[in-house]
Design a protein around this ligand. Structure first.
Ligand code: A3P
Length: 304
């Protein structure tokens, strides 16, 4: 992998260390109506985020948790490497809203392009990102696989607080009482901006279907000029198998849990018929008839 992720790993290890002492009932705090994990976010950092100065060449990668943000981060850093021959260094943990409040001051010194991953709703982004028209890539994944991935992350990683059962987790997920809140609220919020000139939508399932084509679209959007051969090299380095094989080096102990299965349709192993119907109904209520509702190809990926 073309990145030095030691800061990345340090930050993850620190969050896991805090998680060890945190019961599930104390994992969340609410900021402006949305639950966030106390192990990764603080209200001081959220307040400081308002002062963050975005640049027009910042690379913003937005997603709801478990929709493939680490995949996209990897692809972008490989694209930067292929385009510039410069290894992308992570001077900070890349999730914009995570870390200490001073990070935004330190970030002023970082060279462009800066990669800013985020799980924030569009309307919670710092105003300077919108004002300076930084390009934003938004990755979505079908809500059923997203929920299953989220559940496994909690219940498989030894240091992260576990849920009593899948049914418990499903209930909380549907109520939006999980880290970064409701998938559906996130989707409704971003739906209004997917056609903005500086925003590009990408679907996890499409990327699985044709990784090289997806990478080509991402490269085009951010203005990286790569040959077909380079695109294929990046694709070969970005498969689930390639990333999982490197995961301990890139993400530390949590790596193999983070790169768990990487499949489409894993929800079929956990969802009961009642849960299927409940999510189908929620999808219809929130997203049917919207541009995003169509883009998610729900019938293909969420109905058996
Ligand atoms: P699973 O738990 O279903 O395996 P995030 O990075 O946003 O936390 O998302 C994690 C999910 O993305 C995990 O899903 C992980 O396996 C999947 N993922 C990561 N890299 C991937 C890749 N190269 N190809 C397919 N899926 C990938």
């Amino acid at each position: 992998m073309a990145t030095d992720k030691s800061k990345f790993i340090d930050y993850i290890d620190e969050a896991l260390e805090k998680s060890k002492e945190t019961a599930l009932s104390r994992l969340f705090f609410t900021y402006q109506g949305i639950p966030y994990p106390v192990t990764m976010c603080t209200s001081e950092t959220f307040q400081a985020l308002d002062t963050f100065e975005a640049r027009s060449d910042d690379i913003v990668l937005a997603s709801y948790p478990k929709c493939g943000s680490n995949w996209i981060l990897h692809i972008i850093s490989e694209l930067i490497f292929a385009d510039s021959k410069k290894k992308y260094e992570y001077p900070e943990f890349p999730v914009l809203e995570c870390g200490d409040p001073e990070k935004y001051q330190r970030m002023k010194q970082f060279p462009s392009p800066r990669i800013l991953a985020t799980h924030l709703h569009y309307d919670k982004l710092p105003g300077s990102i919108i004002k300076n028209k930084a390009k934003m890539l938004v990755i979505f994944r079908n809500p059923k696989d997203t929920a299953v991935s989220f559940f496994h992350f909690h219940n498989d990683v030894p240091d992260i607080p576990s849920y009593g059962s899948w049914d418990d987790f499903f209930r909380q997920f549907m109520q939006g009482q999980v880290s970064w809140g409701s998938y559906f609220d996130f989707a409704i919020n971003w739906n209004k901006h997917l056609d903005d000139e500086n925003v590009k939508f990408i679907l996890y399932e499409d990327l699985k279907e044709n990784l090289a084509a997806g990478i080509e679209h991402i490269a085009e959007f951010f203005g990286f000029s790569l040959t077909g051969k380079q695109i294929h090299t990046v694709a070969a380095q970005s498969t689930f198998q390639a990333m999982r094989a490197q995961s301990q080096q890139t993400h530390g102990a949590v790596g193999p849990f983070l790169f768990r299965k990487g499949e489409v349709g894993d929800w079929k192993h956990l969802f009961s018929e009642t849960q299927n119907q409940e999510m189908d109904k929620k999808f219809r209520e929130c997203l049917a008839g919207t541009a995003l509702g169509a883009k998610l190809k729900y019938e293909s990926y969420c109905q058996s």
